[in-house]
Write a protein that binds this ligand. Structure first.
Ligand code: CP3
Length: 369
């Protein structure tokens, strides 16, 4: 821990701490802005650097991962207030022994998903050495901190336990989630055991990302909204809470003294907002189904909210993008406290980089008023 403390201190000084102050609940001059999946396929420079390489090979190469992380910061200079390390939520299933490949144009694919109780015993590694198996992720974060040169804070992240269990059982994306629903409704105890183990790996992974240099954390529970309210309370929320509770404890053990803000994004879990506001996170990220005013009312000043423009608005005219930005920011109370600008979900590969600029510039303009 002594050496990690020294290396944290030797990082370039942070020039823009807006998102850190905001996530901690402080009043700010304007709302910080960043975009989920701000790196990636809508950027021509992403394709140039990726150059036909395998997606996970790019994640595991610190030089490439840090370059891809910084690309949107460079392109949208002074418009984006945080970087997010280029990686994927599926690196935890990989660390637990599962093979995951990224199929071009199709998304993630697990050749051997968990389907039976025997699979859970034979395929899964329950004793993960996080520092060793994900060492490339920590190297990428440390290198990125130096290369960012203090321009903006760097996010570390991981997937939510239920979302990861879903991928591990379904073997990829799904519309009806037949297999994971079969599991939680026929093998609830086994499901809980695996969810708990995923949470333990996530806690160590997030904590070590901070040791490596991450300054703020987000947990992506992208399939949270596929659960009904009571199943969410049973199979998602307890594990999200466990992560929020245990990461700060682990960080203390690791000698990290400052508070590291934590954000949770549970897409589609509209019924759970009140509970998520009390779940130990500093910020809850909202998808676009929320009316900002209603979310603000439910939150009632407890924590910071993040979001939530429909990513589809980016396909619109400049005028309509601008008017929807204005409506969003005023719905969140003007953006001088408890609000971080984002889309309600990630970018798409088809988006126009200049429309993203219109969105960001308008957020700065309206948010500064
Ligand atoms: O800018 C960033 O946000 C950087 C890093 C990042 C990626 N994935 C890069 C990526 C992050 C934070 C993620 C998180 C992630 N990955 C989530 C949670 C967010 C969400 O969208 O709900 C999920 C569900 C995944 C799993 C995943 N990875 C999927 C479903 C896909 C296919 C996406 C698609 O649109 O086809 C990926 C691949 C992936 N992850 C790409 C990138 C840039 C595309 C890879 C490529 O083909 O070049």
């Amino acid at each position: 821990t002594t050496t990690t403390q020294v290396s944290r201190k030797s990082f370039p000084a942070l020039k823009n701490d807006l998102i850190l102050r905001c996530a901690k609940g402080e009043k700010v001059e304007r709302p910080p802005c960043w975009i989920m999946r701000q790196a990636g396929r809508y950027l021509p420079e992403y394709h140039e650097v990726k150059d036909g390489r395998d997606f996970f090979e790019c994640c595991r190469n610190p030089e490439i991962a840090s370059e891809l992380t910084i690309q949107p910061i460079r392109r949208y200079k002074n418009l984006i207030d945080a970087a997010i390390i280029f990686s994927d939520i599926l690196v935890i299933p990989q660390a637990m022994g599962m093979e995951v490949v990224m199929l071009e144009g199709k998304g993630p694919h697990f050749p051997n998903p968990l389907r039976t109780e025997e699979d859970a015993i034979e395929i899964l590694n329950y004793k993960v050495d996080v520092l060793q198996s994900l060492d490339w992720a920590f190297k990428a974060i440390t290198m990125t901190r130096y290369r960012l040169d203090g321009e903006v804070p760097l996010f570390g992240f991981c997937g939510g336990p239920y979302t990861l269990l879903t991928y591990m059982i379904e073997g990829g994306g799904s519309k009806i989630f037949r297999f994971v629903k079969e599991w939680i409704n026929s093998k609830p105890e086994l499901s809980h055991r695996i969810l708990d183990k995923i949470s333990d790996v996530a806690i160590e992974f997030l904590s070590q990302q901070v040791v490596a240099g991450a300054q703020i954390l987000q947990v992506f529970e992208s399939w949270g909204g596929e659960l009904g309210s009571s199943d969410f309370d049973e199979f998602s929320l307890p594990y999200l809470k466990k992560i929020a509770t245990k990461v700060p404890i682990r960080l203390q053990e690791l000698g990290i003294k400052e508070k590291i803000p934590m954000i949770v994004f549970s897409k589609g879990s509209w019924y759970a907002l009140d509970k998520l506001c009390n779940s130990g996170y500093d910020c809850v990220s909202l998808d676009w189904l929320w009316d900002p005013k209603e979310a603000v009312k439910i939150n009632n000043g407890r924590i910071t909210l993040q979001g939530n423009l429909d990513p589809g608005v980016i396909y619109g005219t400049d005028e309509i993008i601008k008017s929807k930005v204005a409506k969003m920011i005023s719905g969140f109370g003007g953006g001088k406290q408890h609000y971080i600008v984002n889309l309600g979900h990630g970018t798409h590969p088809f988006m126009d980089t200049e429309k993203i600029r219109v969105f960001l510039e308008e957020c700065h303009k309206i948010g500064s008023q």
